[in-house]
Design a protein around this ligand. Structure first.
Ligand code: HEC
Length: 105
């Protein structure tokens, strides 16, 4: 491999790591991975809610329109008509995920 392409590979690797670290930081504040919240949202919330930031035609409405606090999202998450009630940890994980998605709009 020439020095030039090795440098390019190194650069690409670094860019990849920086973006992964950025996602991890955004998602892992407090040690709860955003991927866990994403999985919970998909399984437990997405039948009634979307996260597009626009009005959508779903029963519960779009959760990225109102920028709710994590604490409020936790309270709502725990009183929703879910198939499987959420543990505290999971309610927090899904609230953080919704909060991060709403903030990214
Ligand atoms: C069976 C349907 C259903 C499921 C499943 C569901 N919700 Fe809801 N949710 C609703 C309805 C209906 C409302 C009331 C919407 C309204 O008043 O406009 C609501 C309201 C909310 C609100 C308040 C939104 C606002 O703008 O006031 C939040 C936050 C919320 N839900 C979060 C969640 C989360 C997080 C989950 C998954 C853990 C979830 N919901 C699962 C039906 C559901």
């Amino acid at each position: 491999m020439s020095g030039r392409s090795r440098a390019a590979t190194r650069w690409a690797t670094r860019a990849f790591c920086v973006s992964v670290a950025g996602l991890a930081l955004a998602g892992c504040r407090g040690g709860t991975p955003v991927s866990r919240g994403h999985a919970i949202f998909t399984q437990q919330c997405s039948s009634c809610h979307t996260l597009t930031g626009r009005e959508t035609d779903v029963d519960g409405g779009d959760l990225a329109i109102a920028r709710m606090s994590v604490a409020d999202l936790v309270s709502f998450a725990r009183v929703m008509p879910l198939r499987h009630p959420l543990s505290r940890t999971d309610a927090l994980a899904v609230a953080r995920y919704v909060h991060a998605r709403a903030a990214a709009r």
